[in-house]
Every structure is written in C-alpha cells, then in structure tokens.
Design a protein around this ligand. Structure first.
Ligand code: SF4
Ligand code: SF4
Length: 145
C-alpha cells in the first residue's frame, strides 16, 4: 500500500516536471560528419529495444526495408534502458562518412538528432562525439529568475 502511494506521487511529480520542462530545450552545435549516427542506430519494437539477432531477422523478413541495415555492435555499460540493445549500421554510409543516397535519405535521417522534450528530460543525449547537443532554452533560464 505504501509502495503504491509512493509510486502514485512519484508519477504525479514526474508528470509535473515533464510539463514544467516541456518546450524548454533547443538543439545546438553542428554536424561534424563523423558518421556515428549512421553506424549506431537503435531499433525498437513493442517489447523495447531490439536485443537479439533473431528479432532483427524477423523484422527484416516482415519489412524488407530493414535489409539496408546490419548489426554493428551492442550498447554496454550505458544507461539502463539502452543496455544490451543492438546497434545497426546503414549500408549506405561510405568509408568517408558520406551518405550514398543523400538526396533520397529517409526522413528520420533528415531530422536527426531529433528528440521530444520528454525524452531529453529523461536524460536522452546525442551520440558520443556528435557535434550536436541538447541545451536548455534561454527562455527557461529567465523563467528561473
Ligand atoms: S553523429 Fe552527429 S556529428 Fe556525427 S554525423 Fe551524425 S549528426 Fe553529424
Ligand atoms: S540513409 Fe544515409 S543518412 Fe540515413 S542512415 Fe543511411 S547513410 Fe546515414
């Protein structure tokens, strides 16, 4: 009972914080053309991040679109919610980090790095070494004064 109450209030506090911080982050920096975002892609299903080759093979069978990706590694010793997730490399990234289908790249590539305020508030960050980063909007700093 006490635990339920604790969780109930934690949820309310989390919702309030999310609302308070929403729309308070902006994207800063610029692309360094390192290609990391094309080599460290995470996929998820309704069960969470893809963590096994078998799940990925099923995805490829169901959606041929995924055949353009290959497993490039695994997330280790990072934030709990990503730990163990497989990373994928797009087959269209060249050795020089150029996108071989640049004019026709998918919208998620055009939008990267793009994350909701809620995800940023929960601690999501751009990839290590990425030239972009999420920062608090100046309007929020003035809001604190
Ligand atoms: S990881 Fe960041 S800096 Fe590197 S290519 Fe992608 S957007 Fe550019
Ligand atoms: S389509 Fe191009 S920009 Fe998108 S992941 Fe592949 S190489 Fe990167």
């Amino acid at each position: 009972m006490l635990n339920d109450l604790k969780m109930f209030f934690e949820d309310i506090i989390f919702d309030l914080k999310t609302k308070l911080f929403s729309s308070k982050y902006i994207l800063k920096g610029k692309c360094k053309r390192c290609g990391a975002c094309c080599r460290n892609i995470l996929f998820s299903t309704e069960e969470g991040y893809v963590k096994s080759k078998e799940v990925f093979l099923k995805m490829q069978k169901k959606h041929p679109y995924y055949r353009r990706f290959k497993i490039s590694g695994i997330v280790e010793n990072k934030k709990d919610f990503q730990n163990g997730a497989l990373t994928f490399q797009c087959k269209f990234i060249s050795k020089n980090n150029n996108c071989l289908i640049y004019p026709f790249r998918p919208s998620f590539c055009r939008k990267y790095p793009n994350a909701s305020n809620e995800l940023i508030y929960q601690g999501i960050e751009t990839l290590d070494g990425c030239g972009y980063y999420f920062d608090i909007d100046k309007k929020f700093e003035s809001y604190l004064k």
